[in-house]
Design a protein around this ligand. Structure first.
Ligand code: M6P
Ligand code: ZN
Length: 185
């Protein structure tokens, strides 16, 4: 019984990292995500062991629990493979109808979105930008700046990640640095 008790939270969120119960930290190195980039010759010249992003997630319930929520904070480092900005893998949700919030915390970037008809568009990310990602929309983030891009996310615990569709078909457009201007091509 928690009646009248005053509790300390089991999980803490400081310096863009989570610590405590239910926390999972993942590191994505260039070697883990190299197939997502178009310019494979440019990639061959790069240090494939470099980390391109880190994800700290708070998973207070089991994966696939209906009615629960997950929380994450991602730090995406600045850089490019050829003209293409560093990006997250990107995914649809396995339960394709489920939505998600992303919001910008630090740095500058772009949230790249693609619907099931493969229409692609993007929203600018900056500290305080808030993004509602509806169901049936794949989402990936690009760092278009010179500093770390930090963004947070909140999604249903039964959403799941469908990476396979993106691994197979990619996004229909890429975000490229065209003379210093981020451009979808
Ligand atoms: C956000 C959430 C996570 C996701 C992470 C990195 O924090 O959407 O579910 O894992 O971004 O994105 P991805 O899984 O596409 O690499
Ligand atoms: Zn998602």
């Amino acid at each position: 019984m928690k009646s009248s008790e005053i509790l300390f939270p089991t999980t803490i969120f400081t310096n863009n990292l989570l610590t405590g119960e239910g926390v999972k930290n993942d590191t994505r190195r260039l070697a883990d995500v190299d197939t997502i980039f178009a310019n494979q010759p440019a990639l061959k010249e790069m240090d494939r062991q470099q980390t391109i992003y880190r994800v700290s997630s708070f998973l207070p319930v089991r994966e696939n629990t209906s009615g629960g929520l997950f929380f994450g904070i991602t730090t995406l480092y600045p850089g490019k493979v050829g003209d293409e900005y560093f990006i997250t893998k990107g995914h649809y949700h396995s339960h394709v109808d489920t939505a998600e919030f992303y919001w910008g915390v630090e740095g500058e970037g772009m949230l790249i979105l693609m619907d099931l008809e493969r229409n692609v568009w993007a929203e600018r990310m900056f500290p305080g930008s808030l993004h509602y990602i509806p169901g049936k929309v794949a989402h990936r983030v690009a760092n278009t700046g010179y500093r770390n891009l930090v963004f947070s996310a909140c999604w249903p615990s039964d959403a799941g990640h469908d990476y396979d569709s993106i691994a197979r078909d990619g996004f229909a457009k890429r975000l490229l640095d065209m003379d210093g201007v981020p451009t979808l091509r």
